[in-house]
Design a protein around this ligand. Structure first.
Ligand code: ZN
Length: 133
């Protein structure tokens, strides 16, 4: 079972979905994970109906950080901003599907932090405090 998830993570890392930048994003934000050197930037375009109709991510870093960003873009594409806000730490960890230690957790949640901090206006979100959820 673990192998499936590991392969899936490597596949997203090697063939990232929605990688790049948008020309006219309505929302854009970048965050850094200094512990690992990961950088993730997410561009969103939200249409008049409040639906995320375009999403791109860009960045560099370890496989976990890049793969989780790639998975996240697939999860939020086509959702409303409100629906995307419901995405939790558990959703990301479930998509990754492997056990993530405390250090790797920052890698795994970096892309979600970009959304929370830059796009939902929660600049102090770290994912570490239960109150953040
Ligand atoms: Zn990392």
């Amino acid at each position: 079972m673990d192998d499936f998830y590991r392969e899936n993570i490597l596949d997203h890392y090697r063939n990232p979905r929605n990688k790049g930048r948008l020309e006219n994003p309505t929302h854009t934000h970048e965050e850094l994970n200094p512990l690992c050197g990961d950088v993730i930037r997410i561009d969103l375009h939200v249409n008049d109906e409040g639906v995320i109709d375009q999403v791109r991510f860009d960045g560099k870093g370890c496989a976990i950080s890049q793969a989780s960003a790639s998975m996240l873009t697939e999860m939020i594409q086509g959702k409303t901003l409100d629906e995307a806000k419901q995405l939790s730490k558990e959703d990301i960890l479930e998509a990754l599907g492997i056990e993530i230690g405390p250090v790797r957790l920052k890698c795994a949640l970096l892309s979600l932090k970009v959304l929370k901090a830059g796009i939902y206006g929660l600049p102090n979100w770290t994912g570490e405090d239960e109150d953040d959820w």
